[in-house]
Design a protein around this ligand. Structure first.
Ligand code: NDP
Ligand code: OXD
Length: 309
């Protein structure tokens, strides 16, 4: 059984070690040394070159190294008859919960104002509310969004989530569908986007969305760059409608040096590291998936390519 590992962004060594540890039966090959293409049964990939996956005639399952599968769905030559499994693994979920909690707290505790005061040697005792006085909204209440929401509930925040279908997460108010978006935004002083990128969610963080939020809202985007209309955000920051933005993903990655976000005083940036798949726990999940598939059992976390996630 041969598995091909391909990623430009991840070091192969820890992946190969973990895959061999959990799946000694696997013949792990590292792109571009795929050997005989007809021998590849499984592919574990991140942003594969367009058309690559259709070159393996015996391929059975495509595993995405990331939770998002937009890097696969955007390939017009993707062999769409094959199951595509998105990444769900404890390390990735834990990392995203940390990122969301960190940035919610940053806005809640006015980190950017505190930093500016320190630089100005200004002993201004800022007032901050406590968590139960603060409303946080999570766009996307899936694996990552619901876990982040639980952590925020545990800290005492008033938490709501927005999803396509209604959700039941303890302590989290559920909004759903197009009609639920504006009321959800209107009650959310801090909005974190953890949506998958699809035709429907593209550009969801736009001027209308910012106008619907309470004045001075904090906007966190760890979904995909295309969720955010960057010019609309800059205008909303300028007017003060959005108080600050905490960004991990961008329309262009790496973000070009001349982009205004780099030096914007109301933007806190990270370079698409909100959360990173952990090879050890992820390899275990992939091997378990392969064993289930080989045993004729249903795979977990297969995406619906028509919905795009
Ligand atoms: P899931 O598939 O588990 O959750 C997606 C959620 O989005 C679901 O609640 C779904 O609703 C909701 N959703 C999808 N489409 C719509 C829509 N049109 N309107 C309203 N809600 C919608 O995904 P994950 O939580 O695992 O991951 C989410 C995304 O996070 C990834 O796709 C990726 O883009 C991003 N990500 C970013 C990382 C980073 O480092 N920056 C790291 C990992 C992931 P429903 O439940 O009703 O289906
Ligand atoms: C992912 C990512 O989708 O890292 O997992 O962006």
């Amino acid at each position: 059984m041969a598995l091909l590992f391909q990623s430009k962004d991840d070091r192969a060594e820890p992946w190969v070690a973990a895959l061999r540890h959990y799946g000694p039966e696997l013949d792990v090959r590292i792109w571009p040394d795929a050997g005989d293409l007809a021998e590849i049964d499984y592919a574990l990939v991140w942003k594969p070159p367009r058309g690559l996956l259709k070159t393996f005639p015996s391929l059975k399952v495509i595993f995405s190294i990331g939770a998002g599968i937009d890097h696969l769905a955007s390939d017009p030559e993707l062999p769409r008859h094959l199951p595509v499994v998105r990444m769900v693994e404890p390390g990735l979920t834990a990392g995203m919960t940390e990122y969301v909690v960190f940035n919610v707290l940053a806005h809640h505790r006015r980190l950017l104002d505190v930093q500016a005061l320190q630089r100005a040697t200004d002993w201004d005792m800022l007032e901050v509310p406590i968590a139960p006085q603060r409303s946080v909204g999570i766009l996307g209440l899936g694996v990552l969004g619901s876990e982040a929401a639980r952590a925020l509930v545990a800290l005492g925040f008033k938490v709501a989530g927005w999803s396509r279908s209604p959700k039941s997460v303890d302590g989290v108010e559920s909004f759903h569908g197009a009609d639920g978006l504006k009321p959800f935004l209107a009650r959310s002083e801090i909005v974190a986007c953890l949506l998958p990128l699809t035709e429907e969610t593209n550009g969801v963080l736009n001027a209308d969305a910012f106008a619907a939020m309470p004045r001075g809202a904090g906007v966190i985007n760890a979904g995909r760059g295309a969720h955010l209309v960057e010019d609309d955000l800059l205008a909303a920051l300028e007017s003060g409608q959005v108080g600050a933005a905490y960004l991990d993903v961008y329309s262009q990655e790496p973000l070009p040096p001349e982009h205004p976000f780099w030096s914007h005083p109301r933007v806190l940036m990270t370079p698409h590291i909100a959360s990173i798949t952990v090879p050890d726990s992820a390899a275990k999940t992939v091997v378990e998936g392969i064993r289930r598939f080989e045993a004729g059992k249903a795979l977990d976390n297969v995406v619906d390519l028509d919905h795009g996630y």
